[in-house]
Design a protein around this ligand. Structure first.
Ligand code: SAM
Length: 212
C-alpha cells in the first residue's frame, strides 16, 4: 500500500479509545477486555479496515481485533468507528512481527490475512505474512482447531504461501484460484478494499483456508 503521511494521525491513534494501547499488557486477558467469553478473530494487515468492520457488524457474537502497522492507514478505520461504533471491534497499531507478545497460547480462534504485502525480493520472504516464519508465530496463539484464511489476487504470493504449508506443518482445508466463481467458497464472502479494487480490474482472487 502506498502511504501518504496523514498529519496528526499518530496523535489521533494515540488518543483513540477504539485502539488498544500497550496491547502486551492485555496478553492472556482479551476476553476480559471485551467483557464476554466470545471467540476472538483477528485480521493482520487490515489496512483501512473495511473487511473487519463489516465482519464485526455482521457477527456481534464474535470479538474482532484489527492489526495495522501504520497510523495513517488505521486512522480511516478509527474514523468509521467514531461515526458508527461497534462494541466487538478493537484495533492495534503494531508490526505483526511482535504478535506473540500480544496474544497468549490458544487465545485466538481465527486469523485473517487479506491482500498481504508481497515483498517480491527473495531476501524479504520472511516478511511476507503467510511465510513459514509468520505461520510459526500464528501457531503459538491460535486455538488447536483454529483456521487461518488468506485472500490475494497476487498469484506469485499465493503460490509461495501454498508451498510454505508442508514445511510449516499446516494443511489446506480448502483452496480456490478464483474465489468469486467458486460457488461454495464465495458464500458469505466479505470483500476487502483491495479485493474490490483488483476484482473490478478482472483479477481472479485466490483464497485458502488452512489448519494445523
Ligand atoms: N487487508 C487490506 C485489504 O485487503 O484491503 C489492506 C491490504 S494492504 C496491501 C496491506 C496492509 O498490511 C497495509 O496497510 C500494511 O501497512 C499492512 N501490513 C503489512 N505488513 C504488516 C505487518 N508486519 N504488521 C502489520 N500490518 C502490516
Amino acid at each position: 500500500m502506498r502511504l501518504k503521511n496523514v498529519p496528526g494521525s499518530r496523535e489521533a491513534i494515540a488518543e483513540s479509545d477504539f485502539v488498544v494501547h500497550e496491547p502486551e499488557k492485555i496478553k492472556g486477558s482479551w476476553k476480559a477486555l471485551f467483557d464476554n467469553q466470545n471467540p476472538l478473530h483477528i485480521e493482520i494487515g487490515m489496512g483501512k479496515g473495511k473487511f473487519i468492520y463489516e465482519m464485526a457488524r455482521r457477527n456481534p457474537e464474535i470479538n474482532y481485533i484489527g492489526i495495522e502497522k501504520y497510523s495513517s492507514v488505521l486512522l480511516r478505520a478509527v474514523q468509521k468507528m467514531e461515526e458508527e461504533p461497534l462494541v466487538n471491534l478493537k484495533f492495534i497499531r503494531m508490526d505483526a512481527e511482535d504478535i506473540t507478545d500480544v496474544f497468549a497460547e490458544n487465545e485466538v480462534d481465527k486469523i485473517y490475512l487479506n491482500f498481504s504485502d508481497p515483498w517480491p525480493k527473495d531476501r524479504h520472504a520472511k516478511r511476507r505474512l503467510p511465510s513459514k516464519e509468520f505461520l510459526a508465530r500464528y501457531d503459538q496463539l491460535l486455538v488447536k482447531d483454529g483456521f487461518l484464511e488468506f485472500k490475494t489476487d497476487n498469484r506469485g504470493l499465493f503460490d509461495f504461501a501454498v508451498e510454505q504449508l508442508p514445511e510449516a506443518g499446516w494443511r489446506a482445508e480448502k483452496i480456490t484460484y478464483d474465489l468469486h466463481h467458486d460457488e461454495e467458497m464465495v458464500r458469505g464472502n466479505v470483500m476487502t478494499e483491495y479485493e474490490e479494487k483488483f476484482s473490478s480490474m478482472g483479477n481472479p482472487i485466490c483464497k485458502y483456508i488452512i489448519f494445523r
